[in-house]
Write a protein of this length. Structure first.
Length: 300
């Protein structure tokens, strides 16, 4: 059976099925457009939004080509529905989120939620996605996390970090001539090593944009995640009220190490005033760059 991978180009979902693979019909054209090209991977169809949504919106505003990829289709993440119906619903939510963020594409791979494994087949999917996007920057979770899908997404992207330049691996997608820069999203896990904020991005100016994108993920933000946490009864019924509730619950505290990274990048006075940010750690795989070079690539 063919693997079907769904794509959105702009705001119109498209899919081209070729030799058992869904290939974006504008991939080669986009590879020649001269823009900084950023691809972010998450395990589920809302993960990139939560970890990278603000920075993605800033990249897109600055003219970069930004793509999100969910490695699973999210078909298990709900208390009342599942399977193909939930996968279709979550795909539609990703496309609305992408529209609100202003990013170019949001791909959802057709791997089952809760069953992701770091197999060769899925590694090839990840390699293919990075190559077709002609990525300069790749962002993904670290491989230590409470959720196996998150962990294995991190492993899959790490395993692709060198292979994207090897022509004999996934030969139908031309190998990249230069390895991208690979980075990790921030997290609070301490073992085997705590997250290190090499790059800090203030998202105060796009905080509402990020919340609007998360608001598009209705099945997760207002149904599944509150249910799992035992807070479903606290979610307001009114759409505007629940968006305000989402904004309040998504804020989070800025740690001392992240605050220091913000002060280093924005200056002590401005860094202390920042209320919302997203942070990233350089991966040891992929193209090695100095933090100063990374600072120039990321939006302020």
């Amino acid at each position: 059976m063919s693997k079907r991978i769904f794509w959105s180009i702009g705001t119109v979902p498209t899919m081209v099925l070729l030799c058992g693979l869904a290939i974006p019909n504008n991939a080669m054209a986009q590879a020649q457009d001269g823009k900084l090209r950023v691809i972010a991977f998450g395990a589920h169809p809302d993960d990139c939004d939560g970890k990278f949504g603000g920075t993605a919106a800033k990249f897109a505003k600055a003219g970069a080509a930004v793509k999100f990829v969910s490695v699973t289709n999210g078909d298990a993440g709900h208390q009342e529905m599942g399977g193909a119906a939930l996968a279709r619903r979550r795909f539609a939510e990703t496309q609305e989120s992408a529209r609100r963020l202003g990013i170019a594409e949001y791909e959802v791979m057709n791997n089952h939620d809760g069953e992701l494994m770091p197999t060769l087949e899925v590694r090839r999917q990840v390699i293919r996605a990075i190559r077709q996007w002609n990525a300069d920057i790749v962002v993904a979770p670290r491989s230590n996390d409470y959720h196996p899908d998150h962990r294995y997404t991190g492993v899959l992207v790490q395993d692709a970090a060198y292979m994207v330049v090897v022509p004999n691996i996934v030969p139908e997608a031309p190998a990249l001539r230069r390895n991208p820069i690979f980075l990790y999203y921030d997290d609070n896990f301490q073992k085997p090593a705590p997250f290190r904020p090499d790059m800090a991005v203030s998202i105060d100016d796009v905080w509402e944009t990020k919340i609007n994108a998360l608001d598009a993920q209705v099945s997760q933000m207002y149904e599944w995640l509150p249910w799992v946490d035992g807070n479903l009864d606290r979610v307001p019924k009114d759409p505007e009220a629940r968006k305000k509730w989402l904004m309040q619950t998504r804020g989070g505290r800025i740690s001392a190490t992240v605050r220091a990274a913000l002060e280093k990048r924005y200056g002590a006075e401005q860094g202390q005033k920042i209320q919302h940010c997203e942070c990233f750690e350089l991966c040891e795989y992929g193209r090695r760059v100095a933090v100063d070079e990374l600072q120039k690539l990321f939006p302020k």
